[in-house]
Design a protein. Structure first.
Length: 220
């Protein structure tokens, strides 16, 4: 149990750091060299060997914390009628957790009555010849996240009240519009109160749709 808590905390920290900002400052201490007698013979310095840095793996999801085994690793792209949606990262938080409440306070999400708050990093690209948007001119959801509890339906996009006046926000997406060939990378929050049985992405654009399972239903 302790190991799971540590892993979840690390995962949440890595994802939140991309939004909230993290910094590490390395302090170097200057050392004054001590004067020595001039050597009678030149001494060739020994070359120092720089240690090889071990790359830190990118934490892209915490689906395993819910007993889910991925069919494919993130990032995953789903395209319908020229609208390309790429899920870069996803973290599922208990709505009452510190991580969820921190994001809710920063961007103005209302998590009341929600069981989970789902935080995603996405990239959306318009490869069609027309404007694609989700705003007052077109209220239809262009992509959906489904976790398998049909009685509860899809997770629904939560409105970031503090970002409503920002079009194409790169911090917390709500109102957006993309001209042909435009691309946008941002973050988006969802609320969900059902069970987590599997995970599917569905993209809808005009009369076309496409979907992909990240975690397939059990038994398939």
């Amino acid at each position: 149990m302790k190991k799971k808590i540590v892993e979840a905390t690390m995962a949440a920290t890595m994802l939140l750091g991309a939004v909230l900002g993290q910094g590490v400052v390395a302090n170097a201490e200057a050392v004054t060299p001590v004067a020595t007698a001039k050597p009678t013979a030149a001494v060739k310095p020994t070359a120092s060997v720089k240690p090889t840095a071990t790359p830190v793996p990118i934490m892209r999801d915490n689906l395993s914390e819910f007993g889910l085994k991925k069919e494919v690793d993130l990032p995953v792209t789903v395209t319908a009628d020229g609208l390309s949606y790429t899920l870069e990262k996803i973290m599922i938080f208990d709505a009452k957790s510190v991580d969820a409440q921190t994001l809710a306070k920063q961007y103005g999400y209302n998590l009341k009555d929600s069981k989970y708050f789902i935080w995603t990093k996405i990239t959306v690209e318009n490869k069609s010849g027309n404007i694609v948007q989700q705003n007052i001119k077109d209220l239809r959801d262009k992509w959906r996240l489904n976790f398998g509890d049909l009685s509860k339906g899809d997770a629904y996009t939560s409105m970031p009240d503090k970002m409503l006046d920002i079009k194409n926000s790169k911090q917390a997406l709500w109102d957006w519009s993309l001209k042909p060939s435009e691309k946008l990378s941002s973050y988006q929050g969802y609320c969900y109160s059902g069970d987590i049985n599997y995970f599917k992405i569905r993209v809808d654009n005009k009369s076309n749709s496409a979907s992909k399972y990240i975690v397939a239903p059990k038994g398939n």
